[in-house]
Design a protein around this ligand. Structure first.
Ligand SMILES: Nc1ncnc2c1ncn2[C@@H]1O[C@H](COP(=O)(O)OP(=O)(O)OP(=O)(O)O)[C@@H](O)[C@H]1O
Ligand SMILES: [Mg+2]
Length: 406
């Protein structure tokens, strides 16, 4: 990308920041007639490969382009983000891949569901990459991470002075994604007011930026994702039914890793190979004990947790092999007490309440481990209500180990 610094809607440096974030492999050259040391430094810090002050000669641009393309190609080999494949072991994920192929040939709105870390964003990118919009932008917005006011201007943009602190105007992600795909992550966490606004854009393909009465038309393919049960949310009137049907024209459900164990080893091999690429060493292998522990473990954090575990183990392991002791403790089944373990007197001697708390803690921890830290499932196992379980976990200080790391 070659960009000027002074642009009508946003600054070239802002654009550079967005591009670095979304298309890390794309080399950017910044051109400006207002060359100052400050903005040069800023552009370089933001990752521009070169900076050309105006006026420039044809030769200086050619030289700069050559260098940029060179660095770009090197980056393509290194980064995986837009070209990464979906690794699997031939089980239920083949159905998901087939569905991706089908929907990428259409323009249909897709809802991707699945637990955290199952690969929803990866699938969204694959749909975009295989479709007719592949050469257009793929823009992501995490709807759950932003407060309502910010989300609105993030999506639809704002005019200068639209609110306190809006010193420049902003395009908004919908306009940046024009012609391409907008991936709205965690759509289930959107406020009711935002749901109404989103529905309107889907129906009319137009909207007004914050602080403006102008209507802006866009051509955007929408892909959304959620780790919540949206149907339940509709039932509880937390999510608009009309919006749900608009978003869920086609649903792609990605099963949790514990329900597709055939993917564990291919994924582990893939991550170890990638780690080896960055370190320049031979990929580490896994000991039989490590393989057994990984096959057994419920992977509540799914593929992301597996990736973290491989990264961590690569650091800890000495020698060419990852053993069970290089994996997080929670993965070795024997490290956690089973319900059959004799109960030892609690810290406060033989006090019955203390002992009961110990039993309760062990039983709850084990049930959570067996159900992959899915609270509702553990509650079922324990024969208690989910809300009761949450209260007990809170009181006993039991937390999901996968949420503490990584
Ligand atoms: N099948 C797969 N093959 C290769 N890498 C994968 C696969 N599934 C997931 N990953 C990797 O695991 C990580 C988590 O995936 P991703 O961010 O797509 O998950 P997510 O479902 O969007 O999670 P969250 O709900 O937390 O946002 C990413 O680094 C992704 O590249
Ligand atoms: Mg995600």
């Amino acid at each position: 990308m070659i960009t000027d610094v002074r642009l009508p809607d946003i600054s070239g440096l802002e654009l550079l920041a967005i591009v670095r974030d979304k298309y890390p492999w794309l080399p950017v050259i910044v051109i400006t007639g207002y060359a100052t040391i400050d903005s040069t430094i800023k552009a370089m810090r933001l990752g521009a490969v070169d900076y050309i002050p105006k006026p420039f000669t044809r030769d200086s641009v050619m030289a700069s382009l050559e260098q940029a393309l060179h660095s770009g190609l090197a980056a393509v080999r290194k980064t995986d983000s837009p070209f990464s494949e979906i690794i699997h072991g031939g089980g239920s994920m083949t159905g998901v891949i087939e569905l991706i192929d089908k929907v990428s040939r259409s323009e249909a709105t897709v809802l991707i569901t699945g637990e955290s870390g199952t690969g929803k964003e990866l699938v969204a990118r694959a749909i975009h990459r295989q479709g007719s919009r592949a050469r257009q932008p793929f823009v992501t917005v995490n709807s759950g991470a932003l407060p309502e006011g910010l989300l609105e201007s993030e999506l639809f943009g704002h005019t200068r002075g639209a609110y306190t602190g809006a010193v420049t105007s902003s395009l908004g992600r919908f306009r940046i994604a024009d012609g391409g795909t907008l991936f709205l992550d965690e759509v289930g966490n959107m406020s009711t007011a935002m749901q109404v606004k989103l529905l309107r854009v889907i129906q009319e393909q137009e909207f007004s930026p914050v602080g403006s009465l102008d209507l802006v038309k866009v051509d955007v393919r929408l892909i959304t994702a959620t780790n919540l049960d949206l149907e339940q949310a509709v039932y509880r009137s937390e999510f608009r039914e009309d919006l749900y049907y608009r978003l869920n024209v086609i649903e792609i459900h990605i099963p949790p890793l514990r329900e597709r164990r055939e993917d564990i080893m291919p994924l582990a091999g893939h991550f170890l190979a990638r780690i080896a690429e960055t370190t320049g060493k031979k990929p580490l292998t896994l000991s039989a004990g490590a393989v057994a522990a990984m096959q057994e473990y419920p992977w509540p954090g799914n593929v992301r947790e597996l990736q973290n575990a491989m990264e961590r183990a690569s650091v800890l392991s000495d020698g060419g092999e990852i053993t069970e002791s290089d994996l997080p403790v929670r993965m070795s089944g024997s490290a956690l007490p089973t319900p059959q373990t004799p109960i030892l007197p609690s810290a406060d001697g033989f006090s019955l309440p203390g002992m009961l708390r110990d039993i309760e803690r062990q039983q709850i921890t084990e049930a959570l481990r067996r159900s992959g830290w899915v609270r509702s499932r553990a509650a079922e196992l324990l024969g208690m209500k989910r809300t009761t379980l949450l209260a007990r976990m809170n009181s006993l200080g039991i937390t999901d180990p996968s949420q503490e790391e990584g």
